[in-house]
Write a protein that binds this ligand. Structure first.
Ligand code: NAD
Length: 374
């Protein structure tokens, strides 16, 4: 069983899918590991660090050749996988909805593509959940970046020269990233409020010491759908939410938006008129910018100033904390593969529930029902 660790081919991607720590563990399971030259550079891991734990370090073609499992952070371009063994597993964050043509190409190459972001949100798979491990750090970084762009302080300060008011921070979308954003902004001394369409988040917001802001006027709303994810809301709900947000947002200094709906464009939560109602110098961080954006006019990877408000469009935020995010991502991959390791076969053998959820391609075809239904 040979495992290959690929150097990322996506521009700006600094993370790596295996660290010396996880490679050591794969080797103790009986695998051999080949790491592509320079794969760990962006995460401050040298080729020598990999060699020191027993990995072979080699150029891509040699790394891929004869490998049974290819590990990546993002999906590699199919061209760069020429020479991969038919039937080899490609395990990475494959962005199946956004990169459908690639998935088709992986199928045509005979690869078995496993999308880590399709891992079910179930208790036993928590340690394998790349969405959570990466979103957690992204939520933290969104607050740090916003504080950096904000021309005022976060905490209230009483000084001999007078008082500095605490920043008011509003978090929209209280999933994994939003919860960490609330906790980080609170630690930094901001006055924090938050909203979500899932009513279960109200308790979570309160438990972090923030104020919940919820639409109360629409009867029977519950934005929680399958797997604990948000569903698309009714027009009536959207109108009530826009009204509530309008009155609240005008008083905010920092807004962090994190709202996503799997397989669909991110919901639009902040309009240009709402941006105009904010005080000049305020900051909006749109963590959903790459999925269509929660904020009108946000651009992934850019800071746009509108009506005096800085709108930061996120672009691969986890990559900006590559050492930590790589360590967590790598453990997610190790936890996944080792949980299914069949000692006799000397390789992982997936069970029905998780295999069906994450397997995109097999036998030359796209077979994933969630992807085929989209
Ligand atoms: P996500 O990234 O898909 O979305 C972020 C947040 O945006 C969600 O809380 C969602 O409800 C919210 N949202 C969507 N539309 C919105 C709108 N119009 N207005 C306001 N908010 C909106 O979410 P996530 O962080 O991946 O978490 C999704 C769910 O999975 C949560 O219930 C979370 O607790 C759960 N979860 C479970 C496990 C597990 O048990 N293994 C692990 C992680 C997360």
């Amino acid at each position: 069983m040979k495992i290959a660790v690929l150097r990322e081919t996506t521009a700006g991607e600094r993370r790596v899918a295996a660290t010396p720590e996880t490679i050591k563990k794969f080797i103790s399971l009986g695998a051999t590991v080949a790491v592509e030259t320079g794969a760990g550079e962006g995460a401050s891991i040298s080729d020598a660090d990999y060699a020191a734990v027993g990995a072979t370090v080699a150029p891509r073609a040699q790394t891929i050749a004869d490998s049974d499992i290819l590990l990546g952070v993002q999906g590699p371009s199919p061209d760069s996988l020429a020479g991969a063994k038919s039937g080899a597993w490609l395990v990475a964050g494959l962005n199946p909805f956004g990169e459908r043509a690639r998935v088709d190409a992986y199928a045509a190459m005979g690869l078995e593509a496993l999308a880590m972001e399709f891992m079910p949100r179930i208790t036993r798979a928590q340690s394998m959940d790349i969405l959570s491990s990466q979103a957690n750090l992204a939520g933290y970084k969104a607050v740090i970046e916003s504080a950096n762009a904000y021309g005022r302080a976060f905490p209230m300060m009483m000084t001999a020269a007078g008082t500095v008011n605490a920043a008011k921070c509003f978090v929209m979308g209280v999933g994994v990233a939003g919860l960490q954003a609330i906790a980080t902004a609170r630690r930094m001394g901001a006055q924090v409020s938050a909203t979500d369409v899932r009513s279960a988040t109200r308790e979570q917001i309160l438990s972090l010491g923030a104020k919940p802001i919820f639409v109360e006027s629409v009867a029977g709303i519950e934005g929680e759908g399958a797997g604990g994810y948000a569903t698309e809301m009714s027009d009536e709900y959207k109108a009530a939410q826009a009204e509530l947000v309008s009155s609240h947002i005008a008083k905010q200094d920092i807004v962090i938006t994190t709202a996503l709906i799997p397989g669909r464009p991110a919901p639009r939560l902040i309009s240009d008129a709402q941006i105009a109602s904010m005080r000049a110098g305020s900051v909006i961080f749109d963590l959903a910018a790459e999925s269509g954006g929660n904020v009108e006019g946000s651009v992934p990877g850019k800071t746009v100033v509108k009506h005096g408000v800085k709108i930061i469009g996120a672009q691969n935020v986890p990559s900006t904390l590559a050492a930590d995010t790589s360590a967590l991502f790598s453990r997610n991959l190790y936890n996944f593969l080792s949980a299914f390791w069949d000692k006799e076969a000397g390789k992982p053998v997936l069970d029905e529930e998780i295999g069906t959820a994450i397997r995109l391609t097999q036998g030359g075809k796209v077979i994933n029902e969630r992807l085929l239904a989209s």
